[in-house]
Design a protein around this ligand. Structure first.
Ligand code: AMP
Length: 212
């Protein structure tokens, strides 16, 4: 290996679950992003550094080659699109599902059957649009950046499209899951040009990630 390799990760679940995979390649990250304010973290390998970015920004850094590779949820990748990206490995981490949920008292199936026009709040506008278009359900999509669960409770929307893991957040807000849109897990994404030109440099890391 010669030139520096840059790996883009987000704080929290993805960072925590990526560490054991790096350990398989004998690599440790020298600082904890939860306590360090640094955005560029060196590792035990002189040729690898980790940059800490927002989860939804990981594909952007990799697409433009500012990072050679990164780890991003399928939810984020589907929303961003795969331009300039190659996603060779499903890491099977940060698993959850993307679902439609409504207030406990709301008869979703009936509203759909009646051809009602539904207002839906979500951070995942592209995936929601595709889902409802495939089902032939008419929706007005309203983009939110967080706390989607609040939408139906205060009359902003009839339904939400959000990630669900245990279902506890929905339950705590008197919402029920009515449709699963997709199963989500995190993927390794590689800059397409780097994948072609720097394959030999990247291969040890790709091997470590594929062992999961
Ligand atoms: P839960 O209460 O376990 O169903 O978790 C739902 C909350 O956690 C929602 O606010 C989700 O947006 C968030 N969440 C669950 N799983 C994930 C994941 N794999 N990645 C990012 N956010 C998640």
């Amino acid at each position: 290996m010669s030139k520096m390799i840059t790996l883009a990760l987000s704080k929290g679940r993805i960072f925590d679950e990526t560490l054991p995979m790096l350990a398989k390649a004998g690599i440790t990250v020298s600082e904890d992003p939860e306590t360090s304010r640094k955005l560029i973290l060196p590792t035990s390998s002189p040729n690898l550094r980790v940059i800490i970015v927002r989860a939804s920004d990981v594909p952007t850094y990799v697409q433009y080659g500012a990072a050679d590779l990164g780890v991003a949820g399928y939810d984020v990748l589907a929303e961003h699109g795969m331009d300039g990206l190659y996603a060779p490995i499903d890491l099977g981490i940060a698993k959850c599902r993307m679902s439609v949920a409504v207030r406990e008292g709301f008869d979703y199936a009936n509203a759909v059957r009646q051809g009602a026009r539904l207002r839906v709040v979500t951070k995942y506008v592209e995936q929601a649009r595709e889902h409802f278009a495939n089902k032939g359900v008419h929706v007005d999509l309203i983009k939110l950046y967080g706390s989607m669960e609040l939408g139906p409770l205060v009359g902003l929307a009839d339904a939400i499209v959000d990630l669900v893991s245990t279902g506890n957040t929905l339950k705590a807000n008197q919402l029920k899951e009515v449709e699963v849109i997709s199963q989500i897990s995190s993927r390794l994404v590689v800059n397409q040009a780097a994948y072609k030109r720097r394959r030999a440099d990247l291969q040890p890391l790709l091997d470590a990630f594929s062992k999961v």
